[in-house]
Design a protein. Structure first.
Length: 152
């Protein structure tokens, strides 16, 4: 009886772990910032980022090297789905690490230095939301700082 309970518990744990790996997007807040107005679909935003391949850590792009953040409208399909979803509800100054599975990145096609079916990691920093005045930095709730958050 006890061995079947252990087997059931181990199976449940494995299934939970496997489910987490299958999520198309994992969001880890690496620097939390409190604000009154977070990003929403339709916002034009400026984002600094560094993109690497999960497989070997190769950097394939970085706005920091160009000294200019990327500007785009969230939720309009101008960027990969992992960005459209992963940069929502974000405050200016906030930093996130996005781990994006191929189905929310470039899928089965290669894109420049990115091989087909690649899992991508982006270190992102929201610079600004167009039309939203810059707020004075507010201290983040220390209980929430550094917490990882899984989405979708």
């Amino acid at each position: 009886m006890r061995s079947s309970s252990l087997f059931a518990a181990a199976s449940l744990l494995f299934a939970s772990f496997a489910f987490a790996l299958d999520k198309p997007l994992n969001i880890e807040v690496t620097e939390e910032v409190a604000c009154k107005r977070k990003t929403q679909r339709g916002d034009k935003i400026d984002v600094h980022y560094r993109g690497t391949l999960e497989s070997d850590g190769t950097e394939f792009d970085a706005s920091y090297k160009r000294g200019t953040p990327l500007s785009f409208t969230v939720g309009k399909g101008q960027v990969i789905k992992g960005w459209d979803e992963g940069l929502l509800d974000m405050c200016p100054g906030e930093k996130r690490k996005l781990t994006i599975q191929p189905e929310w990145a470039y899928g089965s096609r290669s894109m420049g230095p990115i091989p087909a079916n690649s899992v991508l990691i982006f270190e992102t920093e929201l610079v600004s939301i167009a039309g939203v005045p810059k707020e004075e930095p507010a201290a983040a709730d220390s209980a929430d700082e550094g917490e990882a958050r899984e989405e979708l």
